[in-house]
Design a protein around this ligand. Structure first.
Ligand code: ATP
Length: 489
């Protein structure tokens, strides 16, 4: 990371902490690595992002329904899905620093360095060599590549490497009271399997006809060895997944449709098309016949925010085999039974949060010829802003606080609001800018006379005088989900 992007990223992390968006988990005990807590405003923002996804998926599509499956699943689930045997990363340890690294990430860092130094041919060749080795699961070759390119441990600076080994990313624990009689269970590493095992339950109870989708938002757990970049790579994170069941042979058509639909969804959040790109997978997972990432231009470069996979009939077939239960669909139009094919879209809530937060955080220079001035603003789309409006009596006397409370009491049933009567109005505006509140409503002496208030708009900083009775409508119009959802249809 260059010094500038490093500073930008540090700024994001510190702003998120200072204003109650994201805290390190168990901070008073010096934290737990790669685990984070969402604070009072972060949880509001996160909930809003989840609501927007849910509405876009479940509410706008008649043929998509949502479920909420458990984190614990029968252990055979993970044998069937391939996670027990195959959900691992190639790891390498440095014998001097005793630090463990993902072999492919060490190589990727080297590729980045070659690119920065203008050695594009060398970077391309290294990328190809690594992709080939990963494709062939050739761990010895990965180690040889690391040695050939003089890749050193960032901690010790030495090349004293162990062999490359596979390291399973699933967390396990015991279920049942007695340790010896207990069953080993896993914390799910993806939410998708909770959908596959419920495929028939939902299809039958909901009388769903193919093509149809099952959506889910939920936690997933991965024992990521290298935790880095704040909430980008966590050990406990949240996913929003759609598994879309289709007729065999139509999956690639649906894959293309979902690719476009998902990119469109991200674009409505306002970060601009230049900040997104598709990245096709070179190495396809064992279950996929096509796969692409939507990457976002984070302060540290383009990185995956969402994965879209054509998963074939792999998962349902595996569960059918391991459970001995038929997981098939009778297609009345074709008069035929088959195991449906699946297209998956899977977006990480935390990475989405980071992208939205990073894009919204703006430092604005407001200096005039006579006065230096600036402000920090979180320019969230009003629909996802954690606080919709702040209600502020101009002074703490003359009955203004009571009037402000009266206005607030009418609006609070529909909107998340803050009441603020401390400091000058200017300082209060700045505080609300820094948390992204779209409207500040000031109650002054005129309010007592004619029931009007001033409403100040976050982005333009313009103020207008309006009837207090119109507040509900005005806030409602600008913060409505319709503004986002209508762009999708
Ligand atoms: P990566 O290659 O970055 O490890 P992945 O390809 O393993 O990610 P998927 O299994 O496709 O990720 O999961 C879907 C989405 O879940 C990702 O696009 C990402 O947004 C999110 N995600 C995956 N792992 C993590 C993690 N450790 N922390 C936060 N979000 C994650």
């Amino acid at each position: 990371m260059s010094k500038q992007t490093d500073d930008l990223f540090k700024n994001i992390v510190s702003h998120a902490k200072e204003y109650g968006f994201v805290f390190q988990s168990s901070e008073i005990y010096d934290g737990l690595s790669a685990v984070y807590d969402y604070g009072q405003l972060g949880s509001e923002l996160k909930n809003n992002l989840k609501t927007y996804w849910w509405k876009a998926m479940v509410q706008l599509n008649e043929n998509i329904v949502g479920i909420d499956a458990s984190i614990f699943m029968h252990p055979t689930t993970w044998k069937a899905s391939g996670h027990v045997d195959g959900f691992s990363d190639p790891m390498i340890d440095n014998k001097d620093s005793k630090k463990r690294y993902r072999a492919d990430q060490l190589i990727e860092d080297k590729i980045e360095r070659y690119e920065k130094d203008g050695k594009t041919d060398k970077a391309a060749q290294l990328q190809k060599d690594m992709d080939d080795a990963l494709n062939d699961d050739d761990l010895a070759r990965l180690k040889a590549i690391i040695e050939e390119h003089n890749i050193v441990c960032p901690m010790s600076g030495t090349k004293n490497w162990t062999d490359v080994r596979q390291f399973n990313l699933m967390f396990s624990t015991q279920m049942g009271a007695m340790a010896d009689g207990a069953e080993q269970v896993y914390l799910r590493p993806e939410s998708a399997q909770g959908i596959f095992v419920n495929f028939l339950n939902v299809q039958k109870s909901g009388r769903m006809k193919i093509p149809f989708g099952i959506a889910q938002i939920g936690k997933a757990f991965r024992n990521e060895v290298i935790a880095r970049q704040f909430i980008m790579r966590m050990r406990e994170f949240e996913q929003m997944e759609l598994q879309f069941f289709v007729r065999p042979g139509t999956e690639l058509e649906w894959y293309e449709k979902w690719k476009e639909a998902r990119l469109k969804w991200h674009l409505t959040l306002g970060a601009g098309a230049d900040n997104y790109r598709f990245h096709d997978h070179v190495k396809l997972a064992h279950y996929a016949n096509a796969a692409v990432d939507i990457e976002y231009n984070f302060p540290f470069g383009f990185k995956e925010i969402e994965g879209i996979h054509s998963r074939t009939d792999y998962d349902l077939k595996q569960h059918q085999e391991y459970s001995g239960k038929k997981l098939q669909y009778f297609d009345h139009e074709l008069n035929q039974n088959y195991i449906p094919y699946v297209v998956e879209t899977s977006v990480g809530v935390d990475r989405l949060f980071l992208s939205v937060f990073a894009n919204a955080l703006v430092h604005e220079d407001l200096s005039t010829e006579d006065k230096k001035d600036s402000r920090v603003v979180l320019k969230f789309h009003p629909a996802i802003a954690p606080v919709k409006a702040a209600i502020m009596p101009l002074t703490r006397k003359d009955g203004l606080p009571e009037k402000a409370r009266e206005i607030m009491d009418k609006l609070k049933f529909n909107y998340n609001l803050q009441y603020d009567e401390k400091d000058s109005i200017g300082k209060r505006y700045r505080r609300q800018d820094a948390i992204g509140t779209p409207f500040c409503i000031t109650v002054d002496h005129q309010t007592l006379e004619d029931n009007t208030v001033t409403i100040r708009h976050r982005d333009s900083m313009k103020q207008e005088r309006i009837a207090a009775d119109d507040l509900g409508r005005i806030i409602g119009d600008l913060t409505s989900w319709n503004n986002l959802l209508q762009q999708l249809v």
